[in-house]
Design a protein around this ligand. Structure first.
Ligand SMILES: [Zn+2]
Length: 164
């Protein structure tokens, strides 16, 4: 073989090797593309499931004064509140203002609950446990025809924290 032949030969060998690498890279690219697609699919699947949950959640009718608040908290928190609303609907509460303590006293069968006059806290079990608007707070707002202000209760129930 002449020097030129050897050179040509080595170029061909290099080209073959390069082609091999390129093909492998292409395969790698394809594998990566597939992985990305799978991840995307999983993501959209999760989004879809969330949307279905949200939809199911949204189809339940909400009181006009509670709607904004309901949308500001997690579905779990709202389900807790719905149970309170169910109980509240069967009852009527008398809110007796005590100016000295700035609370409304609510007489129950065996105890008296104290609702802060600014409606941000109550001494009932539900509020003490969850720091969510209880039957008394909700009832007061409905009687007064005022919305429950969003963002006025425990931060960890808020929807925005779920999205992180
Ligand atoms: Zn209460």
């Amino acid at each position: 073989m002449s020097a030129a032949d050897i050179y040509q030969h080595s170029v061909i060998i290099q080209l073959i090797a390069l082609n091999d690498v390129l093909q492998k890279t292409q395969r790698l690219a394809e594998v990566l593309k597939n992985l990305v697609n799978i991840a995307k699919l999983r993501l959209s699947d999760r989004k879809l499931k969330q949307n279905i949950r949200d939809l199911r959640f949204a189809t339940k009718s909400k009181h006009r004064l509670l709607k904004k608040f309901a949308e500001s908290v997690s579905p779990y928190a709202w389900r807790k509140m719905e149970k309170e609303i169910k109980i509240m609907k069967k009852k009527s509460y008398d809110f007796v203002l005590n100016k000295e303590t700035s609370t409304y006293n609510i007489a129950s069968c065996n105890t008296t609950y104290h609702l802060k006059s600014d409606l941000t806290a109550c001494t009932c079990d539900f509020f003490m446990a969850f720091e969510l608007p209880c039957r008394h707070i909700i009832s007061f707002h409905i009687q007064e025809n005022t919305e429950i202000p969003t963002g006025s209760f425990a931060e960890h129930w808020r929807n925005e924290y779920l999205e992180l």
